[in-house]
Design a protein around this ligand. Structure first.
Ligand code: ZN
Length: 437
């Protein structure tokens, strides 16, 4: 029989109150978990009286317990493409990414890389992500099979491309039927969600986009189940934008391509969005579409700088992501660090509380999962991580001078990486413990 589990630590999570994001912090906190879900979180002194005196308490000293990170955009088959030198987006795709993705028609290879990918996510404290697979069905089956084995809440989908890519990774006539069958197999299968995944407008014909819009419409949100998601790229690189103009001359702008083919809305997530026009921002906001911000890959590929102030101007739901392998780090601490600097260059100061919001609760909102993950509200799933505040000598020394949670979080996002993550929990069960050095 499931028993109540009790965790004692400093505890932090973000909550939203009348549109404002607040850091809820308990220096000596207690979290009660039953059957994998949060029962209550609060001050130790207030909650200790509510549990039986013989209850076993798991205590973490010199630690911070917080929700698992949520990475709203990355590519699992690009695990080995990370750190590929010297190209911009379109050259980088041709030279490194497309050759690697061709290998994923092999189940053993997909499984080997899939397991390495999930190991790396977990080691970095990321408990939920939305991933591109490849055009091969086997890459999708492998991704979801591993996610299910590890009991993680994950979203993903088969990449769709029927032009402008090597023949070995182009879709054949079965792409639509295959995608539908993958949706039937994996969408809302336990903790899994399916995302229809056209790579980007240049690699799909109009006919393919039209069919995908029709498919998305077949799986809308309803009272008793979540609709299928859609993920793609938008406005990452100037050459890419020019290419879209040439391929789709009848459209007002890049976003308009997706919009006219009914691929926009509250279940749609657009990665990058660093060169959006005013019209595009307005239409993203009006359609309720979501944005995934990829500072690491935008810097790595020299694509440009995300305009953080525009999120507030247009009130768009957005969250941060690693964009592995254009991004160069699995660590969401590193992603927050880069985001802070990108924002600074745009004249915007990204507060640490907002940065942690963008990697937890905002990620859950972008993926339509905020009813079950993202913070420690009652009845949410107990996916959380424990950070070792003495992970390195520098971090220990720097934290000895901080005065409040905001300063502490800023130090973590600036100095932190996978060494901070000492334990990872999924549904209240420990799935990772860092080996002592
Ligand atoms: Zn991407």
């Amino acid at each position: 029989m499931n028993k109540i589990k009790v965790f004692r630590s400093s505890i932090f999570h973000c909550i939203e109150n009348s549109g404002s994001v607040i850091a809820s912090y308990f220096e000596d906190g207690l979290m009660l978990v039953y059957d994998g879900r949060i029962v209550e979180v609060g001050e130790y002194s207030e909650l200790i009286g509510k549990i039986d005196t013989d209850t076993n308490i798991t205590s973490f000293k010199d630690s911070l317990l917080m929700p698992g990170f949520i990475d709203s955009h990355l590519h699992y088959p690009q695990y080995k493409v990370i750190a590929s030198y010297g190209q911009n987006l379109l050259e980088w795709l041709d030279k490194f990414t497309f050759p690697e993705e061709q290998k994923f028609d092999n189940k053993d290879y997909a499984s080997e890389i899939g397991n390495l990918f999930f190991d790396e996510l977990i080691r970095n404290g990321t408990t939920t992500a939305m991933a591109f697979c490849t055009t091969h069905n086997t890459s999708v089956d492998t991704f979801f099979t591993i996610a299910k084995e590890r009991n993680l809440r994950m979203a993903g989908g088969k990449v769709l491309m029927d032009r402008n890519a090597p023949v070995k990774i182009l879709d054949d006539d079965n792409a639509y039927v295959d995608t539908k069958s993958l949706i039937e197999s994996w969408h809302n299968n336990g903790r899994l969600s399916y995302a229809i995944t056209p790579r980007f407008a240049p690699t799909s014909t109009k006919e393919q986009l039209r069919k995908l819009g029709d498919l998305l419409a077949q799986y809308p949100n309803s009272n008793d189940c979540k609709g299928v998601m859609m993920q793609t790229h938008l406005n990452e690189n100037y050459e890419e934008i020019q290419w879209v103009k040439e391929l789709y001359p009848e459209h007002n702008n890049y976003f308009d391509v997706y919009d006219k083919y009914k691929l926009t809305g509250t279940n749609s997530v657009f990665a990058h969005c660093i060169h959006n026009s005013t019209d595009e921002y307005e239409r993203i906001a009006d359609s309720g579409s979501k944005v995934s911000i990829c500072p690491n890959s935008n810097l790595f590929l020299g694509s440009g700088l995300f305009q953080f102030d525009q999120l507030e101007v247009y009130d768009i739901d957005a969250s941060l992501s690693s964009d592995i392998g254009g991004g160069d780090s699995f660590s969401m601490f590193n992603v927050m660090n880069q985001a802070y600097k990108v924002a600074k260059l745009g004249g915007y100061t990204l507060s640490p509380i907002r940065a942690f919001y963008l990697t937890t609760l905002a990620g859950a909102k972008v993926l339509n999962m905020d009813d079950c993950i993202g913070n420690f509200e009652q009845n949410k799933e107990a996916d959380f991580i424990v950070l070792d505040l003495k992970a390195t000598s520098l971090i220990e020394q720097r934290l000895s001078a901080v005065k409040d949670i905001e300063q502490l979080l800023f130090c973590l996002m600036t100095l932190g990486d996978d060494r901070l993550v000492s334990e990872v929990y999924s549904l209240g069960e420990c799935i990772y413990t860092k080996m002592e050095a």
